[in-house]
Design a protein around this ligand. Structure first.
Ligand code: 8X3
Length: 255
């Protein structure tokens, strides 16, 4: 059997990078995409040195022309079996009353239209796999419930959640699974820092007193587990939080 291929967006750091490592270890040829080519080049070098098959491709998922060119590039591979839509993020934590519409637009672009672009462009290939294809959306618990200051990010992640739900209905009967993984509090190098525009104190405060937020590796394990189930098993939606977080609101913080 030929090597199965997995495409991971947002693979330059955090959950995306950890997922690339774990899917490679699970036997996939991994195609890493991100805007920051130097980061994915370094990761590809690391994976290649370990004997895995890995390729880096610079991609901004909000740029449809670039995404279509990426899909054409994938024609050189014999199959495209798994798409992990991981690229995304939050900008700001402002209330609806004062939030900057430009931030909302940016979040909609990457978290919703980014998923739409790559999924649409790769779907013809994902439909062709011998064992069927997998579209996985890394959404968030913000895609399932809101919180004050979450508005723009929550709206966008609800959009990503709706793409997964709708696509699963529309593809029913076809050999393509649609999986949604919704992580809660995950401490990565960049998520909170990006959200708070580089303010280290605000970013650190998100995790203050939380003994063990999830790590990128924890979420990547969940993604890898869902992807490696037999083709007839579709993990529709999996919510994963740290033990210290019982809901978006209820987080245990040690003093
Ligand atoms: C991240 C979870 O709680 O910051 O997707 O919205 S939260």
């Amino acid at each position: 059997m030929s090597t199965r291929t997995a495409v991971i967006t947002g693979a330059s750091s955090g959950i995306g990078a950890a997922t690339a490592r774990q899917l490679a270890a699970a036997g996939y040829r991994v195609i890493l995409t991100a805007r920051r080519k130097d980061r994915i080049d370094a990761l590809v070098e690391e994976l290649t040195a370990e004997g895995y098959e890995a390729v880096a491709y610079e991609l901004d998922v909000t740029d449809r022309t670039a995404v279509d060119a990426f899909a054409a590039f994938l024609d050189t591979f014999d199959s495209v079996d798994v798409l992990v839509n991981n690229a995304g993020g939050a900008l700001g934590a402002d209330p609806v009353a004062t939030a900057d519409p430009a931030d909302w637009r940016t979040m909609y672009d990457v978290n919703v239209l980014g998923v739409l672009h790559v999924t649409q462009a790769l779907l013809p290939r994902l439909r062709q796999g011998d064992e069927g294809g997998t579209v996985l959306v890394v959404s968030s618990t913000a895609g399932l419930a809101t919180y004050e200051g979450g508005g723009g990010y929550v709206a966008a992640k609800h959009g990503a959640h709706v793409i997964a739900e709708t696509l699963r209905l529309e593809l029913c009967g076809e050999p393509v699974r649609v999986i949604e993984i919704a992580p809660g509090m995950v401490r990565t190098d960049e998520f909170a820092l990006t959200r708070f525009r580089g303010d280290q104190n605000k970013a650190a405060a998100v995790y203050t007193g939380v003994a063990e937020p999830l790590t990128a590796e924890d979420v990547a394990e969940t993604i890898t587990w869902a992807v490696t189930r037999p083709p007839h098993v579709n993990i529709d939606l999996l919510v994963v939080r740290p033990r210290a977080q019982a809901s978006n609101y209820k987080v245990h913080r040690e003093r």
